[in-house]
Structure formats: C-alpha cells, structure tokens
Design a binder for this molecule. Structure first.
Ligand code: UD1
Length: 430
C-alpha cells in the first residue's frame, strides 16, 4: 500500500507542464480499433493506470500496442480478433464501456462486462443502449453484468439523448461512424474530449460535423484508415494546478493548456480573488490574499465541470465567507467533505448541495482519497494546510494524474510517496 505524505504551508511557485487529457485518451484509444490499420497517438498520459488498463484491454483483444516514447503510442489494429471483454478487464475503469461502441462499430457485435470506476452515485447506461438500439443493434444486459450487442447491419438514425451524457455521446459516435447513412445525435455532450474524439475519427477518414455543439451529424463511411494524432491537454489536470496555486497563495505558470477549455475554472478563480493571466498555450495563476467566497453549480460543458468540484471546494473551505456548491451531475460526489472536515473545514452537505463556511486555515490530518478527483482535492488541502497530511488510497489519484510527486515537488511542495505496511487485521490471523 502506498500513501502521499505532504507537509503543507508552502506557496506553490514555478512552472508545470500539463499532460494529455485522460478523458480524451480513454475515448481515442478504443476508437483506434475501428480501423484495420496502425494509428500513432501522441500526448498520451501513458503512466496513469486508466490508460494502462485500456492498453492491456487492447492487447487482450489482439491489437498490438507499442510505446514509442513516454507520451506516444502506436496501436496496430489489423489483427484484432475478439469482441469479448471480461470483467477482469473492465472492473477498474468506467471508460472500458467505450469498447462496446468500438467493437459494435467494427464487428457488429460486442460482449463487454459492465464497467467499474469511481463511485459517484448510480451510473446508468440506458442512453448508450438507446443509441445502439436506434442504430439497429439488439442489446441485452445479462444479470446486470455483461452487455451483449449484436447487429446484422448498423443504419444511421436520429438519436435524442434524454440527458447530456459524455459517455453515451462517445459510445454512439464509435458505433455509428461506419454505419450506413446519417446519424444525428441531439442533446449531445459538448466537452472538449468529444471534439477531440471527432477530430481523431475525422483524421481516420470519418465524416463527423458539429462536435462541440449539441447536434452532432455523423455520415457513415465504408472504412477508416490509420493516422497520426495528438491528444488535447488535460483540462482537469490544468484546473487542479490552477486551484492548487490559488489555495497555497502561490504563483504558477500552467503550461500546455488550451485556455478556452479553462474559462469556467478561470472565471471562478477570478471571482475568488485570484489573478489569472491567459497566454496562447499557458495560464498563470497567482493569489496574494485570502480567497473570497463564491457559489458553484456543476453543469455539462461549457458549465463548471463536475470533475473540478472537489478541488474548488477546498479553496472555498479557506475562503472568507460562506459559499454554496451545487452538484448537478452526480448524486454522491460530496463524500470527500468528511475527509476535509477532519482537517478543520466547516461543510454541511444536504443531498447535492454543500454549504461551505470558510475557516482561517486547514490543519494537516490523516485522510483518504474517496475517488480520483476527491484525491486531487486532498492533495490541494494538504498543500494549503499547516502541518502534515497523509493521504491513503492514492491508487485513485494514480488513475488520472501523471507524476504527481515530481510535478508538485518541482513547484516547491513537500510531498512524498511512501510505502506503508497494510494494517494487520483479525481476519489476517491464521
Ligand atoms: C461525467 C461528466 C464528465 C466527467 C465524468 C466523471 C458531464 C456531462 N459529464 O461523464 O465531464 O469527466 O462524469 O466525473 O459533466 N446518465 C444517464 N444515463 C446514461 C448515461 C448517463 O442517466 O445512459 C446520467 C448520469 O447518471 C449522470 C449524467 O447523465 O447524472 C452524466 O453522465 P455522463 O456524462 O455519461 O457521465 P460520464 O461520461 O462519466
């Protein structure tokens, strides 16, 4: 078992380079099997465990995957032969369900175990299934464990999503890109990684228009070919460093970003009193006073991202005044507030609303990462707090953040990854 040990209280200063976007990589990697060819993908966060699992799954179904350098992979999909993915492969991450759309698109059949991933509340896939069925697939979910999708042929269709779902938008795009005729996804998600996936598929010869708006039109093509493609920078990793800079009253230049993707985060930081300067592909965040309060409501893009809600709440926990945070995407995304309270935060949660009364400072304490972004929030809290914070269950953080210790360490943070022995429990006794 590993944990992070942080001695807080030092303002972060310097420069940090953001990695490629996890959420884009997790859609683009399975998309590569849609061609019977070789794709070279650059700016991949190859060391995060979610990407490792995706690569493992690709190899399991017969794709060749080569690591060309620390952020470039080559996927050879010529010999992909299996359309079956078992629970062993899918249990660790949500995005494994993108193989349903990708395999259906390639083979017209897929058998994929239900996905695992962070628990943020119930995570239904009814809109994915509705989309596959509209394209002509017969979908069954056996014992709530395995999704089987089969189609004699896939035919383009209008599909209206009842909720704005990133996952369903991605999965439908993957399934219909080689279908016969036109698919129109209405009420589609507009996240930057949706646009990135569309750009990747278009580089492979697809005909997709409108990605980034709520109507995406996909005219099916007969086949796709290999390409070279570079993934966009990670919006959420960038936002995490931006908030960390503000929470520690530091001054950090966050490099390799698309400032447009960060607008909702920047504007909330400015509302709290931070200085945010945008450049072509970097953004500088500094804070020289106690943060002010602000209210946040998470929304689909271009609203404030749910994946930045825990990190931002840490900043608000030490703000001057009371802030209200409403989570409108997930029903169970405030579990981390219990950990934050152990560090002295004053937060009351009622359903999907948290009322945060800012305190003067947080104090280091033993805490745990409840999920990926909750873990990132604990790091920011530890860096901003006085004294020592120990974070357990950091495997969640390793799912989505590359080189955490090195990146924060280079900004002057006192953060270490330490190995610790599992606590002895009665059940371990022989
Ligand atoms: C969502 C976020 C994404 C974030 C991820 C992990 C949005 C729009 N999406 O993506 O930015 O990275 O969580 O935190 O903010 N839903 C259904 N039926 C479905 C699919 C989804 O009811 O078939 C509901 C979900 O329960 C949820 C909402 O739609 O309330 C958004 O889900 P979705 O966008 O699919 O989730 P992710 O793709 O995981």
């Amino acid at each position: 078992m590993e944990k992070f040990v942080i001695v807080g209280g030092t303002p972060l200063n310097g420069e940090v380079t953001v990695s490629g976007a996890k959420n884009a990589a997790l859609a683009i990697i399975p998309a590569a099997i849609l061609c019977r060819d070789v794709c070279r993908i650059e700016n991949v966060p190859t060391t995060i465990s979610d990407v490792s699992f995706m690569i493992k799954t690709l190899r399991h179904i017969g794709a060749g995957v080569k690591l060309i350098d620390k952020s470039t992979i080559e996927i050879d999909s010529r010999h992909v032969s299996s359309y079956v993915i078992s629970h062993d492969m899918t249990k660790y991450l949500r995005a494994s369900y993108y193989f349903i759309g990708a395999l259906l698109g390639r083979f017209h059949k897929a058998s994929v175990a239900m996905p695992g991933g962070c628990y943020l509340g119930p995570r239904p896939i009814d809109q994915h299934i509705k989309g596959f069925e509209a394209l002509g697939a017969k979908v069954t979910v056996e014992d709530n464990a395995i999704v089987e999708a089969v189609a004699d042929e896939l035919v383009g269709s209008p599909i209206y999503l009842d909720v704005v779902s990133v996952g369903a938008t991605v999965n439908i795009m993957l399934a219909c890109v080689m279908a016969d005729g036109l698919t129109v996804i209405e009420n589609a998600a507009k996240e930057p990684h949706i646009v990135d996936l569309a750009n990747f598929l278009n580089s492979m010869g697809a005909d997709i228009r409108g990605a980034g708006t709520d109507v995406i039109k996909i005219r099916g093509v007969g086949s796709l070919h290999g390409c070279t493609y570079s993934i966009i920078p990670d919006q959420i990793e960038a936002g995490t460093f931006m908030v960390a800079a503000a929470a520690t009253r530091g001054n950090v230049l966050v490099k390799n970003v698309i400032p447009k993707h960060l607008e909702s985060i920047s504007s909330k930081l400015i509302e709290c009193g931070a200085n945010v300067e945008e450049y072509d592909d970097s953004v500088r965040v500094s804070m020289d006073c106690r943060p002010g309060k602000c209210n946040i409501k998470t929304m689909p893009h271009p609203g404030f991202p749910t994946d930045m809600q825990p990190q931002m709440s840490v900043l608000l926990s030490i703000a001057d005044g009371t802030s209200i945070v409403s989570e409108s995407i997930w029903s169970n995304r405030f579990r981390y507030t219990e950990q934050l309270s152990r560090m002295g935060a004053s937060i009351t949660v009622d359903g999907q609303i948290a009322v945060i009364h800012g305190v003067d400072c947080l104090k280091g304490a033993p805490v745990k990462a409840d999920d990926l972004r909750a873990g990132a929030a604990m790091i920011i809290a530890g860096l901003a707090a006085t004294g020592k914070t120990e974070i357990e269950d950091i495997l969640y953080i390793d799912r989505g953040y590359e080189h955490v210790v090195e990146k924060f360490g280079n900004l002057g943070a006192d953060i270490k990854r330490v190995y610790c022995v599992e606590p002895f429990s009665v059940s371990d006794a022989g």
